[in-house]
Design a protein around this ligand. Structure first.
Ligand code: SAH
Length: 282
């Protein structure tokens, strides 16, 4: 997604003011914490993500634990805001609660990990806004035993969230450096059901097809044919479609038994454009 820095800072400040006010009044936050506890949400303290292994390991580990504590409060507030914005699927919320987003963002943006904003991850790309991650995940109607294809691994965060909800995630990234960094973050979180490939998402992953669901996290100008082809009958494809710089719409497609697709237009979104494969560039 695109970043408008001045807008982002204004919205950050507004959000901080709102959260501070809410924290002071205490009630909604406590109510949300108890509802999360009722859900059995996994706390970030038990996320299982390894700390960097180096000479200052003890200090680092201690700092890491403090950090997880700080972030677990911020994560709870973020989940509350996602719920307020309309995603109420408990399984999806629990999956988000169990993935430490700060492990997937650049060090320099760590403090903003639990703001409901996209953040830069290098190479001109971004980690998606948490609400959008929750919304798209919810739209896939996952039951637990699916094999899901993701286009645009990026930071690996969306793949990590999906990994908590399905059997296997197959994720394709066109920029090798991002794929490598995502792999490190996913491994550090002990996630072993995300299978990665560096390549062109327009082609899908024919060796592993068909998929129960496909999620595209960069915007193509039109729906890529191959991704519909690689979808099972009854499968769902969620994709933001639109030209770069124009409004993109999040579409949900269901593949019918006769091979046709039913299309539903969900919400307007702003994603980074899907990069055409080198061979297709003009
Ligand atoms: N799902 C990611 C969001 C990343 S942004 C996350 O959770 O962080 C979109 C990603 O799509 C970028 O990393 C970009 O490099 C990748 N991308 C763009 N065009 C692509 C293509 N044709 N094939 C595969 N990945 C692509």
């Amino acid at each position: 997604m695109h970043i408008d820095v001045s807008k982002m800072i204004t919205s950050l400040n507004q959000r901080i003011a709102k959260l501070t006010a809410r924290n002071r009044s205490g009630r909604p936050f406590r109510r949300f914490l108890s509802s999360l506890a009722a859900l059995g949400a996994v706390s970030l303290n038990s996320s299982g993500c390894a700390e960097a292994d180096n000479d200052g390991y003890d200090a680092e580990l201690k700092g890491g634990r403090e950090e997880e504590r700080t972030f677990s409060k911020e994560s709870a507030l973020l989940l509350e805001s996602i719920k307020e914005k309309g995603v109420r699927n408990e399984k999806v919320l629990r999956a988000l609660a169990s993935v430490p987003r700060h492990r997937f963002v650049d060090e320099s943006f760590k403090q903003n990990s639990y703001d409901d904003n996209p953040l830069p991850i290098g190479q001109g790309q971004t980690i998606s806004q948490p609400f959008i991650v929750a919304y798209m995940t919810d739209a896939l109607n996952l039951q637990g035993d699916e094999r899901v294809l993701e286009i645009g691994t990026g930071s690996g965060y969306q793949a990590a969230v999906l990994s908590r909800l399905v059997k296997d995630v197959y994720s394709i990234e066109i920029i090798p450096e991002l794929a490598a960094r995502a792999k490190t973050a996913l491994t550090a979180c002990g996630i072993d059901n995300v299978h990665q490939k560096v390549g062109d998402g327009y082609k899908g992953w024919s060796e592993e097809a068909p998929f129960d669901a496909v999620i595209v996290t960069a915007a193509p100008p039109t729906i890529p044919d191959k991704l519909i082809e690689q979808l099972k009958i009854g499968g769902i494809l969620v994709v933001p479609v639109g030209e770069n710089g124009e409004v993109q719409w999040l579409l949900k497609l269901v593949k019918n038994a006769d091979g046709s697709v039913s299309k539903q237009t969900l919400i307007p979104v702003r994603f980074v454009p899907m990069i055409p494969a080198a061979s297709d560039r003009k």
